[in-house]
Design a protein around this ligand. Sequence first.
Ligand SMILES: NC(=O)c1ccc[n+]([C@@H]2O[C@H](COP(=O)([O-])OP(=O)(O)OC[C@H]3O[C@@H](n4cnc5c(N)ncnc54)[C@H](O)[C@@H]3O)[C@@H](O)[C@H]2O)c1
Length: 352
Amino acid sequence: MTSSFRFAVLGCGRIAPKHADSLKKIDGVSLVACADRLPDRAKSYAEKNAIKAFDSLEELLSWGQFDVLSVCTPSGMHADHAVAAMNAGKHVVVEKPMALLLEDADRMIEASIRNQVRLFVVKQNRYNLPVLALRQALDEGRFGKLVLGTTRVRWCRDQKYYDQDEWRGTWAQDGGVFANQASHHIDLLEWCMGDVESVLAKTATHLVDIECEDTGLVILKFVSGALGLIEATTATRPKDLEGSLSILGERGSVEIAGFAVNEIRHFNFVDVRPEDVEVKNKFSSNPPSVYGFGHHNYYQNVVDTLRKKAEALVDGKEGRRSLELISAIYASAESGREVFLKKDSLGSRLGH
Ligand SMILES: NC(=O)c1ccc[n+]([C@@H]2O[C@H](COP(=O)([O-])OP(=O)(O)OC[C@H]3O[C@@H](n4cnc5c(N)ncnc54)[C@H](O)[C@@H]3O)[C@@H](O)[C@H]2O)c1
């Protein structure tokens, strides 16, 4: 018999409906409660999903009749909320980025080990169909030696977007385009290209009044010797243009484009296979929003892992890996120097 799991959501804002919708599609699990410090938000989310509403994490935890907490609060709060839930014996699914400080990520990993509960970090773009096709080609060794990996995020976030909640664009709770919007693409780049040795970054704030950057560039050197480039901005106007990823190797090159890394533009290999012709047609649908389709598949992996039928795709350690890279990017932008991930201090204003 498959075990059933009861979920609760903390933070009933923009991303929370994706969690509810995904959970509804998975057999044997249920969403039973939510909490938000704004009672009206909790109430309306609860009404929509026919679940219980609470006004704080403390109240939700003292009620306690659930197994997994999905943390959808502002990024700078993730660690405290996740650790409190894990100390109460709950498994935790935490939205990206898992935290803004590496020491917070370490606290979360430690709490999960100490309490013998699971910690998952949401990186739903890994489940985009074109990304899965790329990943399969990488796993099969079709690229040969990797040469260059680049990602480009050209999205539109205007002042109205940043003004809708006070945490957006702040060092203490959010970070800029690298920690927030491009964190998915940074994760995908590293997932495909392997560990990063060093980064050299430049950032700027061009079109909005926020503490952090709306635009940035990073040159990367991977441990393998391959090079990389990240171009990220929320200062594209008047609308989202692109979220893309290119992986180039000695025996092949793949480019995934669209506005949410959702469409294969090039899929070229020296060892051409008959099924390659179909890949471009099969993987070319635009998702309705930049959040993409992946939350459902991501949650399926969470539930399968809890049922001990799968390995976690992004656990705490894997989530920390991309936070380490993001921290290095900010450290480099601040110091103006190339930062080596395993040698240099990765501290910056992010998370403070
Ligand atoms: N995976 C993705 O594609 C994706 C997309 C959007 C957002 N996110 C992440 O999800 C998180 C939330 O983003 P959002 O856009 O939904 O933000 P939001 O501001 O719309 O929602 C956050 C909610 O948390 C509530 N909250 C704040 N402090 C709280 C507290 N102490 N206790 C209980 N509730 C509290 C707020 O009232 C708000 O309703 C961020 O970390 C963001 O990076 C991920």
